[in-house]
Ligand binder design. Structure first.
Ligand SMILES: C[S@@+](CC[C@H](N)C(=O)[O-])C[C@H]1O[C@@H](n2cnc3c(N)ncnc32)[C@H](O)[C@@H]1O
Length: 387
């Protein structure tokens, strides 16, 4: 919307519709700006202004800021004129905040008249809930992670996995589901996370960090545990990796690093992992968009205070701390669309080939993400297939 618009030259209804379509297409930042501009034009109280305020709240909720608007939705859902629409929106906001049982209760209030409410109840009560996170980028990584599990299908007893950085449980769900689908082995997974606000420099205030600060991430992790495969035993360790890892004994068959991506933290996680790994165990991690050998090391070093920086590669960004720390420790590593993996042998490490291994399709994700995983895996031609 142009800044020169005024109430006399704009059709407010059309502009509101256009803003709604922007939001539905996922262009949240643009939709938020359009909505704020519209509110600037709508100084008089009335239904159009009320509509724009409500739309702005929906946009902020859907862009990962539900804590900002939950009180607003609650008030609307409890007002005398509340409709099913208001109650459904409040329920959606509660679910994103990790208050899933209360969200379900709200949906039940309207489920007799609203088929969508019934579908939401089914979603929340039968499968894990990963709002705005499922396969956020490079979804094919989940299939490669599963292929690493397939490589460990032989062996006695449950697979022992240590995960640093579990957030709302999506990767832990993938590890344990892949083990259930691709092996006869159960899983013991130790999930380590601070589940609290980031206080590190260079980490932004996006939906992920906001959900950690509000406690939503910790609540959603706990909720999602209900849906893990029965063969999996999950233990939650709340704290930083540097506080928790020295208290663990191992040995683990696989250690996955996806906690802090700042250089000093990744370096320390890599070092602390080594004595915890079994012989032949896999040390692996997320977010290696580029290997050190493909980068200008000096400019990476200049960026180590940052979690993430823009890049000209296909991902359009990279994590300088991951690239530097992994490259310093191993040199080039085996990596599959940003999922890197090495195998411990004696005092050293060697690459892991996933060629011919079987992966797993994350069926708990939206259809379009699953389609993308299948297409990416087929295009890469590395895995034998997906189950
Ligand atoms: C990218 S998210 C992890 C996503 C998760 N592995 C998944 O794919 O579902 C990073 C997580 O690391 C956690 N984290 C950041 N610094 C950490 C630290 N020093 N120790 C433990 N966890 C940390 C954050 O709280 C956040 O939940």
């Amino acid at each position: 919307m142009s800044a020169s618009l005024s109430p006399t030259d704009v059709d407010i209804e059309t502009a509101l519709d256009a803003t709604l379509r922007q939001a539905e297409a996922g262009n949240f930042a643009a939709a938020e700006q359009s909505c704020i501009a519209l509110l600037g034009l709508l100084s008089q109280d009335g239904p159009q202004r009320d509509g724009a305020i409500y739309l702005l709240a929906m946009i902020r909720r859907d862009m990962g800021r539900p804590e900002e608007v939950v009180a607003f939705f609650k008030q609307a859902a409890e007002s005398a004129g509340a409709t099913a629409f208001h109650i459904m929106n409040y329920a959606d906001c509660l679910a994103r905040l990790g208050y899933v049982d209360e969200a379900t209760r709200q949906y039940r209030r309207v489920s007799d008249s609203e088929p969508d409410a019934g579908r939401e109840i089914e979603n929340l009560t039968t499968r894990p809930f990963f709002p705005a996170f499922a396969g956020a980028h490079q979804p094919a990584r989940q299939a490669y992670m599963a292929a690493a599990i397939h490589r460990k299908r032989q062996g006695d007893g449950p697979l022992r996995i240590l995960e640093i950085g579990s957030y709302i449980g999506a990767s832990a769900f993938s590890w344990t589901s892949a083990a259930a689908a691709l092996t006869e082995r159960g899983t013991i997974i130790h999930c380590v996370d601070k589940w609290a606000a980031y206080d590190a420099p260079g980490v932004g205030t996006d939906a992920l960090t906001l959900s950690l600060a509000s406690g939503a991430a910790g609540r959603l992790f706990q909720h999602n545990l209900r849906f893990f495969p029965p063969q999996a035993t999950i233990e939650r360790f709340e704290g930083t990796s540097s506080a928790i890892m020295p208290t663990l004994t191992g040995p683990y068959d696989l250690i996955y690093l996806d906690g802090s991506h700042l250089y000093d933290d990744v370096r320390s996680d890599l070092r602390m992992s080594q004595p915890l790994l079994a012989e032949g165990g896999f040390l692996c991690g997320d977010d290696l968009e580029r290997q050190l050998a493909d980068c200008d090391e000096a400019s990476l070093r200049a960026s180590i205070a940052h979690d993430i920086i823009p890049d000209s590669g296909p991902d359009q960004f990279l994590h300088p701390g991951v690239t530097l720390a992994v490259g310093e420790m191993f040199g080039p590593v085996s990596a599959y669309r940003g999922f890197w993996i090495m195998e411990k042998r004696g005092n050293g490490f060697r690459p892991v080939s996933l060629t011919g291994a079987t992966g797993w399709l994350p069926r708990h994700w939206p259809d379009q993400q699953q389609t993308r995983v299948a297409a990416d895996i087929q295009a890469d031609g590395i895995l034998a297939g997906l189950v």
